[in-house]
Design a protein around this ligand. Structure first.
Ligand code: ADP
Ligand code: ASP
Ligand code: MG
Length: 403
């Protein structure tokens, strides 16, 4: 079997843990499998590097940030390879570039365009363990790019797809995918299986246990994906096709996204084309807009509220400023003290009353809902950040997810 094993930041958080990972990889190899390993930076390392950059600039060039941030993963890849070689397992570390990962040009959130797996396959054929630095690739111009926060998951899944691996294991600091973040609700239950679509919703809505694009890619390439702990041998959670799951609960999980900011545009000129102009400019600035609410116009102007990731706030403000300066928007305000809680489940498609229960639960806890959005398989609510944990626990209770 060819297995891709990805180890996240906590799993490689210090030298002892890197040795622990080396032991685990060696064990898999000893069982007769070929192994390609993908590693994250040691925990806290990426944030530390961002902090270093911010010491010099509030708005550093994204290309320079990629040069900087990609180094964290290289450190771990080299150390793990050195440890494996010392144990008598021949191993080789590779940067994203050497592993053949080509991305688009969007620095700090690049998309993988193609992978040429020949260098990895050659080493595997020679019996070596390949250790790839996650989170990075290279664009057509030869510049290093990174894949967005949590991007080593995407590296692992994309590599598994390119190598046609039999299995892609994501090793992390929890034993699998739970009904909600077990750090917020200790009663959360581990799921044996979850569908790609539900996992994609959970990940997109803030459950950072898997990066959302990695799940999207896993679904597209049909990768057998398992999330499990690097600290125990407990079986993890299989992320798979919906038809492989017999039992379809109404609600599978609750997600929380604290990384949200709300932008309010007041007195927006009420004329055809204005929303298109604003949101196109935001798209050009690579700002991902999430929920949007536009109010009924009064006195020829309207109000538009929308949410973006906190990390996109500076770029979004720049765009909004140009409209304020031209007089098309009278005033703007920003609120970072918000979060988004979401209820996710494929079973919702065929059941009424799921959203009503979520709203009722918020009401019972005196939590004001600021914004709502729904789809076939999710209900999301923007609320004040201070109620984040209360909301998650109450919803977990309301849908009886501990059972
Ligand atoms: P890694 O460094 O291994 O990539 P992350 O910190 O990115 O790990 O993701 C693991 C964390 O995801 C867990 O520690 C947990 O707090 C959080 N998490 C959020 N939602 C869930 C969920 N539904 N199931 C499991 N873990 C979750
Ligand atoms: N080190 C990167 C981050 O912290 C990528 C990852 O860990 O997946 O976001
Ligand atoms: Mg992660």
């Amino acid at each position: 079997m060819l297995v891709v094993q990805k180890f996240g930041g906590t799993s490689v958080g210090d030298l002892e843990r890197i040795q622990n990972v080396a032991n685990r990889v060696a064990k898999t190899k000893a069982q007769g499998h070929d192994v390609v390993v993908v590693v994250s930076a040691m925990s806290g390392e990426t944030n530390k590097l961002i902090g270093y950059a911010e010491h010099f600039s509030k708005n550093p060039s994204r290309a320079e940030m990629d040069m900087l941030l990609s180094s964290g993963e290289r450190v771990t890849a080299s150390l793990l390879s050195i440890a494996l070689n010392e144990m008598g397992h021949s191993a080789v570390a590779m940067s994203g570039r050497k592993a053949g990962i080509v991305t688009d040009k969007i620095h700090t959130k690049a998309r993988i365009e193609s992978i040429d797996p020949s260098a990895m396959l050659q080493e595997v054929k020679e019996g070596k363990v390949v250790v790839v630095a996650g989170f990075q690739g290279v664009n057509e111009e030869g510049d290093v790019t990174t894949l967005g926060r949590g991007g080593s998951d995407l590296s692992a899944v994309a590599i598994a797809g390119a190598l046609k691996a039999d299995l892609c294991e994501i090793y992390t600091d929890v034993t699998g995918i739970f009904t909600t973040d077990p750090r917020i609700e200790p009663k959360a239950k581990k799921l044996e299986k979850i569908s790609y679509d539900e996992m994609l919703e959970l990940a997109s809505l803030g459950a950072k246990v898997l990066q959302n694009r990695s799940v999207e890619m896993a679904k597209k390439l049909n990768v057998n994906l398992v999330t499990r702990s690097s600290f125990s041998d407990e079986e993890g959670t299989l992320i798979t096709k919906e038809e492989n799951i017999m039992e379809k609960p109404l609600v599978s999980g609750i997600a929380l996204d604290r990384n949200q900011a709300r932008i309010s545009l007041l007195g927006v000129a009420d004329r055809p084309g204005i929303a298109s102009e604003i949101f196109n400019k935001l798209a050009d600035a690579e700002v991902n807009v999430d929920m949007i609410i536009q109010n009924k116009a009064v006195d020829d102007t309207t109000n538009i509220d929308f949410t973006v990731a906190v990390s996109d706030l500076t770029d979004a403000k720049k765009v909004v400023d140009t409209f304020v300066q031209s007089g098309e928007i009278k005033a703007d305000s920003y609120n970072e003290d918000i979060c988004k809680v979401s209820v996710v489940g494929v079973g919702m498609k065929s059941h009424a009353g799921v959203a009503a229960k979520a709203f009722y639960t918020m009401a019972q806890n005196n939590i004001n809902i600021n914004m709502i959005s729904t789809s076939e398989i999710k209900v999301s609510m923007v609320i004040d950040e201070k109620y984040a944990e209360l909301a998650v626990r109450s919803l977990h209770d309301a849908y009886e997810l501990e059972k």
